[in-house]
Ligand binder design. Structure first.
Ligand SMILES: *Cc1c(COP(=O)(O)O)cnc(C)c1O
Length: 388
């Protein structure tokens, strides 16, 4: 079955703008030094149509939803896609092959200098029986932005999207059975620097790969240590000033592995103390940025009486441009900004605002009884997670 992509039109598309900027920058460097990454421009591009397919001879059983095996989040589907890139020869033909380990040299760039970026998106088996991806073009555009931020090779995002759909087409009919509507797999496109030169330099070899991992349905309350049916919602522990996730001029806006490893210490401490995630604050004024690996929103009433949906902005490049975040902003602007009433319901329209705001403002809103709710938004959390 051909997967269909859900896509909403967007006029002010910052992600696309960022990509255009990246590309125009690399176009500039192309004029100066030849191709991005310095390679010559006749080298092959990533090309999904040249994929070579080897199906597994040892298909594995599909685990039952939410079984311990699924909770371990280490079971992937029968196949994966890989594509190698080298500085001298460009992109090799992609391969779809049995899922399994690959070998890299102990000197590989990724193991020493964190030349790694990734994406996370879900493929769903709908209640109507169809298989769907949610706005995969956004993930592919963001992956290009992330890879070029850490000097991994550029690629046409559409080719990555085609490769993702290829893996979905091969593995989803079996791994997302029709009998389990509402289930999903987590897709993880990844790129690593595999060049084996130990010197601190741009990697001259890289590998792009895509895997599909079995995930528990995270909206089951038991999925978060402190979640219960009586009181749903994540508990957040505010970060302290000795632990900063991202900073101006850094790379907090890119989905690169080096943003995550160093944050696990704070997250581990939060877990030990009975919280689910860290609420990342920034700077002496305690700007509220993100919650764990999800974007963070508050809904409050202003002192003037307006209802506002507020989230941190993208322009200072501290936070990730979440696909979920963007969808929430677009939908709220389109559908929730006007008040209406009918059928005994009164809905108060809200102002949708992207701006820097502080923990002090949140505290004031709580003290003055103006905070209505808060939530985390991201693919890996259950799309929208209320904050307790
Ligand atoms: C992936 C991620 C998000 C959420 O992005 P989505 O595209 O909505 O899944 C938010 N913040 C961080 C730090 C992330 O890594």
């Amino acid at each position: 079955m051909a997967p269909s992509a859900v896509s909403l039109d967007s006029t002010n598309d910052l992600a696309t703008a960022a990509i255009t900027k990246t590309i125009s920058k690399s176009a500039h460097s192309l004029l100066l030094n030849g191709m991005p990454n310095g390679a010559s421009d006749s080298l092959p591009e990533l090309d999904a149509s040249r994929i070579h397919i080897t199906l597994t001879k040892e298909p594995r059983p599909v685990p039952t939803p939410n079984s311990p095996e699924v909770w371990a989040q280490s079971t992937c589907t029968d196949h994966m896609i890989t594509a190698r890139w080298t500085f001298d020869h460009g992109w090799e033909n992609p391969e779809l092959k049995p899922y399994g380990p690959f070998s890299i040299m102990p000197t590989a760039s990724v193991l020493h200098y964190a030349t790694e970026c990734f994406e996370g998106l879900k493929v769903f088996r709908g209640h109507d029986g169809n298989i769907r991806l949610f706005r995969p073009d956004r993930n592919c555009a963001r992956m290009l932005m992330s890879s070029t931020r850490i000097s991994l090779p550029a690629f046409p995002p559409l080719e990555l999207e085609k490769l993702i759909k290829k893996l979905v087409a091969v593995d989803c009919p079996k791994w997302l059975p029709k009998g389990n509507p509402g289930t999903f797999l987590y897709l993880r496109p990844t790129m690593i620097g595999t060049g084996s030169a130990l010197g601190v330099q741009k990697p001259k070899e890289a590998m792009l790969y895509i895997i599909a991992c079995c995930f528990p349905t995270l909206d089951e309350p038991a999925s978060q240590p402190s979640m219960t049916y009586e009181k749903p919602g994540m508990r957040l522990l505010a970060s302290k000033d000795d632990m900063v996730r991202a900073w101006p001029g850094g790379f907090g806006y890119a989905k690169v592995g080096s943003n995550y490893g160093p944050s696990l210490l704070a997250q581990g401490e939060a877990r030990e103390r009975g919280y689910d995630q860290i609420l990342w604050l920034f700077g002496p004024q305690c700007h509220v940025t993100e919650a764990g690996a999800s974007n963070f929103f508050v809904i409050w009433r202003t002192r003037e009486g307006r209802v506002e949906l507020v989230t941190a902005p993208l322009d200072d490049k501290l936070i990730l441009d979440g696909v979920t975040r963007r969808s929430i902003l677009e939908l709220s602007r389109e559908r929730l900004s006007r008040s209406w009433s009918g059928d005994g319901t009164i809905f108060e329209g809200l102002d949708v605002i992207e701006r820097t705001y502080t923990m002090g403002e949140v505290e004031e809103a709580i003290v003055e009884g103006r905070l209505i709710e808060a939530f985390g938004a991201g693919t890996a959390v259950s799309i929208i997670s209320p904050i307790r």
